[in-house]
Design a protein around this ligand. Structure first.
Ligand SMILES: [Zn+2]
Ligand SMILES: [Zn+2]
Ligand SMILES: [Zn+2]
Length: 469
């Protein structure tokens, strides 16, 4: 992948005033391949042309790109945007009487988007801001496939206990530095506060990918929130570093990481980490990986990826937000990239539709049994035994290990739970469902059908039967 480009004559390795024709060609080629951010281009050149002393500096690349874009008209045009935004900017609106589903702009800094003039603009609605009350885990993710020239769309939202994603706002920025994220937070807090929504108090858990700029901004602006590291990104990152693990140890290292992930109590984490790290320390050839793992996933803002880092059932990955971003690309932008004005015209529609959808939404306070879970639960029934039963309280034990407690009046994970790690992950498990089936308890997903025989007497009492899946 990192091979020098072919067919480019070598030039004398001498510092020149401008960028040499060879490097202009390389930059043009990179821009053509959609690698258009100056720093990315700088890195690419550093990797592939390290020995060529005519290499351009980062500043030279920035200036060249500015010139290149002006010449080709390839800049994100802000023409017409100010006119679109002004009448719907939240500081210009009487919010109390404004419609729930109408788009509202916030955090407006409509600039060229070059190094010294970052572009920022957010869009939401009163109803989307109300979505914060559905949130177990909050999620933040950037997508690059919507706006032209590498401007990311930052999507911020939350998931309920069933992992349904609710968007809260969309924010387009030209840069992804800590100042850009901090500007996002302070702007969002301003509009939320004006609607008496105290975001800082509501966001207990926020799931991000391993991006230091966004992590730093969260630590400074949301001081009481816990940063949750997306489990899928962590696995992907560790896969990329798998070459640091000698082949013979790969399986056991992965097992250890999964074992660490399923930690059930905060108290046992420290000992568990200590044991695993000292075990790895004794394994031949594992030092480089151990060093990487400690630095990146133990002593960093990205250390919270263990099940006990959130309450039962809270999402610990950004896959709900990633599938949501795919939904936008499929249904609204048709997988094409747009300039800024058309993008915000599209997002005004997205905001209105999402607001109306969430107005119709009913939020549940507990998980739901899936078809496969119910199948597995049927096999688990033989392993459960009743311990205690009084009033609205039922207690079972499963395989002498997992204890299931059911409050027949409430199925939320605070009232009804199991001590296994699957329950900690999803707020539902085979043990709990097996008990609910035996006790004829109406946990969501289990359909208890009252069965009345048609041929026999109508007076027969209706009994509960499990739905045949
Ligand atoms: Zn992720
Ligand atoms: Zn409850
Ligand atoms: Zn369980």
């Amino acid at each position: 992948m990192h091979q020098p480009l072919e067919n480019i004559p070598n030039e004398p390795a001498k510092k020149q005033n401008g960028i040499s024709p060879k490097f202009k060609e390389i930059i043009d080629e990179l821009v053509y391949r959609n690698i258009s951010r100056p720093y990315k281009i700088y890195q690419d050149i550093l990797l592939n042309n390290y020995n060529d002393h005519a290499r351009p500096s980062l500043l030279q690349i920035q200036n060249y790109l500015k010139y290149y874009r002006k010449k080709n008209g390839d800049v994100n045009s802000i023409v017409g945007l100010e006119e679109l935004v002004k009448p719907k900017l939240f500081t210009n609106l009487e919010l109390k009487t404004y419609a729930l589903d109408e788009p509202i702009y916030f955090g407006s800094e409509i600039m060229d988007g070059d190094e010294n003039n970052h572009f920022h603009l957010g869009i939401t609605s009163k109803q989307l801001l109300q979505n914060v009350y559905h949130g177990c885990t909050f999620h933040m993710d950037c997508t690059y496939k919507i706006v032209k020239y590498g401007f990311p769309v930052l999507v911020f939202g939350c998931t309920d206990i069933r992992r349904k994603f609710f968007p809260i706002c969309y924010f387009i920025t030209s840069h992804e530095q800590e100042i850009d994220y901090s500007f996002f937070w302070t702007s969002l807090f301003k509009i939320a506060n004006s609607l008496d929504i105290n975001l800082i108090e509501l966001i207990d858990y926020i799931c991000i990918d391993s991006c230091y700029a966004s992590a730093n901004s969260i630590q400074k602006n949301l001081i009481s929130s816990t940063i949750i590291m997306c489990w899928y990104h962590l696995k992907a990152k560790i896969n990329k570093h798998a070459n640091k693990i000698p082949k013979v140890h790969q399986e056991s290292v992965v097992d250890d990481i999964i074992h660490l992930r399923s930690t059930k109590t905060q108290e046992s984490i420290e000992t568990k980490i200590k044991n695993i790290l000292s075990k790895w320390n004794k394994l031949r050839g594992l030092k480089p990986f151990l060093k990487y793992f400690k630095k990146r996933w133990i002593n960093s803002p990205f250390r919270n990826w263990k099940l006990c880092n959130t309450p039962a059932g809270f999402s610990m990955s950004n896959s709900p937000i990633e599938s949501y971003n795919n939904k936008i690309k499929t249904h609204f932008t048709d997988r094409k990239k747009f300039n800024l004005l058309p993008v915000f015209e599209i997002f005004e529609k997205v905001v209105m539709l999402e607001s109306r959808e969430s107005l119709d939404c009913v939020i549940s306070n507990c998980a739901k049994a899936t078809y496969t879970l119910k199948l597995a639960a049927k096999k688990e029934i033989e392993n459960i035994s009743l311990i205690e039963k009084k009033d609205n309280y039922i207690k079972y034990i499963c395989k002498d290990r997992y204890s299931v407690q059911i409050n027949t009046e409430c199925m939320c994970p605070d009232c009804t739970d199991c001590s296994c790690s699957n329950f900690l992950d999803k707020a539902v498990c085979t043990h709990l469902i097996a008990c609910c089936m035996v006790e004829s308890i109406n946990f969501p997903g289990i359909v208890l059908k009252s069965f009345i025989s048609k041929t026999k007497s109508k007076k027969r009492k209706a009994g509960y039967w499990y739905e045949k899946d």
